[in-house]
Design a protein around this ligand. Structure first.
Ligand SMILES: [Zn+2]
Length: 410
């Protein structure tokens, strides 16, 4: 098994070298390097006995047929696009580990088909909008999304055509197999929880919901030398007290997380009392009620602090996503597979979005996390441990065996 784990890691690193930028891993949706990545992945799929094709959103689909006709389909998936200057494992690990699992099955007969999907677009970098390929697979890619433009003014539809794909064929070629009965995504945690606990794997119960807001604090800009402290309406001082409350409130309510990630101060001069502050807020929690009451509290607190200081505040919701639960039965099956041999496997919620949350409303879906050493991701230093990769491969094979037992028992 460690031979296989080593091969998975080597292949992730080999794929990471297929990049649009010399010396780093940057492979955006349908970029020139994507064509070479496709060739490499399709070769590996075919060597593992999969029949490989590229669908019209640019995802690679590798199929292994069941021994019986009219069989249902098990989906194993993750994504192959990257952020800029990425690591080697966010996305590709799940695809390459799935290929290795199918290779390990060899000619073993199974009562279901297996389809590996290497999604072409998850990170949202090129068009500023994520999950385009899993949305296409679930029939939810809209005309407005096909009209999104990249930095060069190229639309999604034109990018597909330039790559030799046919956007009008999407409903036929990119759809999930209609008989899909289960879906599993293997992915690195991209956070420090497993590493801090010294554990290899986690079963993902759901993807935490998130609210994003924009707060505008409106005070009065004035001369920093001539305006006495008592006569100021300093927008930044008000915002600063509010930001401290964002941290204090969330820290007392784990697993709530709340972040002010961007602040713009106007006019932004050393000798001017700040007149206006625009600040972003990102709030996430596995329970929607807890997330919504956090947002309500932080809006109320902003109003109170602003009123005390003669500052106006306006908050606007910029996006909202409810928590998406993974399928409970399938997640139990994954947990049983993972606990095989007495391994300790925690259940956790993902704070980051994944294709799994796009698939979940359409097909029973679950997710397996691997430890991210140092909690590092979206960075060239992103890595995995060989022992964790071996354990994850073992779990995927045990999960397939479990589904096989359930299918034959019916
Ligand atoms: Zn990812």
């Amino acid at each position: 098994m460690s031979q296989a784990a080593k091969r998975i890691i080597d292949r992730c690193r080999e794929l990471a070298a297929v990049s649009d930028m010399e010396g780093e891993t940057t492979r955006l949706f349908l970029s020139p390097a994507t064509r070479d990545a496709h060739a490499l992945l399709m070769r590996w799929m075919e060597e593992a006995g999969l029949e490989a094709r590229v669908d019209d959103i640019g995802s690679i689909r590798g199929r292994r047929a069941a021994t019986m006709p009219d069989a249902q389909t098990l989906l194993l998936f993750s994504h192959i696009d990257t952020v800029r200057n990425a690591g080697a494992f966010d996305g590709p690990l799940g695809v390459i580990l799935s290929i290795e699992a199918v290779a390990a099955l060899g000619t073993q007969p199974l009562p279901f088909d297996i389809e590996i999907i290497a999604f072409s677009e998850e990170e949202g970098v090129r068009f500023g909008f994520p999950f385009l390929s899993s949305l296409a697979a679930t029939g939810r890619l809209t005309h407005a999304q096909l009209d999104l433009v990249d930095a060069e003014g190229i639309t999604v539809a034109d990018a597909l055509r330039n790559f030799g794909l046919k956007p009008e064929e999407l409903p036929q070629t990119a759809a999930l197999p209609p008989d899909s009965f289960a879906a599993l995504e293997v992915h690195i945690e991209q956070g420090p929880v497993l590493d801090a606990a010294g554990e290899s794997l986690a079963v993902v119960e759901g993807i935490a919901g998130q609210s994003r807001l924009r707060f505008t604090f409106e005070g009065h800009a004035n001369h920093a030398g001539t305006t006495p402290m008592a006569l100021r309406n300093d927008a930044l001082a008000a915002a600063a007290l509010w930001i401290a409350e964002v941290e204090r409130y969330a820290a007392a309510r784990a697993p709530l997380v709340a972040t002010v990630g961007h602040v713009e101060v106007l006019p932004g001069a050393v000798n001017v009392v700040p007149g206006r502050v625009i600040a972003t807020l990102d709030v996430r929690h596995p329970e929607d009620d807890a997330r919504l009451s956090a947002v309500a509290h932080l809006q109320k607190f902003a109003n109170t602090i602003a009123a005390e200081r003669g500052v106006d505040v306006l908050s606007e919701m910029t996006s909202e996503q409810a928590t998406v639960q993974m399928d409970s039965q399938l997640t139990s099956a994954l947990r049983r597979a993972a606990q095989h041999g007495g391994r300790k496997v925690r259940a956790m919620y993902s704070g980051a979005g994944h294709d799994a949350m796009i698939l979940a409303p359409h097909v029973p879906t679950t997710m397996l996390f691997l430890r991210s050493p140092g909690g590092i991701s979206h960075h060239p230093a992103e890595t995995v441990r060989e022992e964790d990769v071996a354990a994850a491969l073992h779990v995927v094979l045990a999960f397939v065996a479990q589904l096989e037992r359930e299918a034959t028992a019916q």
